[in-house]
Unconditional design. Sequence first.
Length: 365
Amino acid sequence: MILKRISILNYKNIREADIELSPKINCFIGHNGEGKTNILDAVYFLSFCKSYVNSVDSQNITHDQDMFVIHGFYEREDGDPEEIFCGMKRKAKKRFKRNQKEYKKLSEHIGLIPLVMVSPSDADLILGGSEERRRFMDLVISQYDRPYLDALVRYNKALQQRNVLLKQEEEPDAELLSLWEEAMAREGEYIYARRQEYVNEFVPIFQGFYSRISQDKEQVGLHYVSHCQRGPLLDVIRRDRAKDRIMGYSLHGVHKDDLEMTLSGFPIKREGSQGQNKTFLIALKLAQFDFLKRTGSRTTPLLLLDDIFDKLDATRVEQIVRLVSENCFGQIFITDTNRDHLDQILRNMDQEYRLFHVQKGDISR
């Protein structure tokens, strides 16, 4: 999939932009706070129906405006065009259209335009809570497995309803509680199986990328942890029903799963330097790209690299440049404040590229 052109109106600090893009490399240069990341975020929005950095849609509208519009014009690998439109007014529901036909459910769009973004905010995958790592797994699997996304929706609905019953002052209806627990267990077992399958396939790919970037200096690992590993999920959920009642929410289920990240056998959160953490995250995302390319629709994802060279030594920067210079990566979007990094990439790539300068939300070539 190639994004040929993107039109942006009133999205964050970008008041109006119409950008004709290279099918290979698109570089955006500018100082911090000028709007480089906002361009990549607009591209991300067209793939996932939401911002990468701000979960409140209305906060993405330019401050003194009433609406934003993002319009993308794509070309599929078979040459067919795809047109994606997103518009949102304040205090109104966002609208998403594919080829001028509005979606009934936004979940129908997920996976059409696979995309991987590498960003400074990815540090939350290591430093943040388990919900960040579950979100990472869910984002990957949902792009190639539609039934998985549907199961997540059903599981979260059952979880929410069970929690409502647990919070009641009076004793909840036992039959109704059992009904939601059975739904949680049924959907949860499916989610667990898909996540475990994904991790098993993903880990060797991830370790291969880390090894290349670090030049075999460290060993890294990912270990999936779930309450489903303790036995049938329905039994695990019901076992502590009394404790859940006291707490007012569900203590067990796949909504508590985690993906343990290790460096030389120890938690990277505790052991890793800034450079090692950054290497870990970049390897994780490049592996995500490779995994998505191999699975699902076999469509080459878009690759968005937002300020990825900060905190890395020269050797690791060189290895990453070599990696992204390979032809296996499709259309690439890169932001940086340092022109030297981009020049190094462009010298190593015998590919078409376009260079854009970003200043106060204005984009020029």
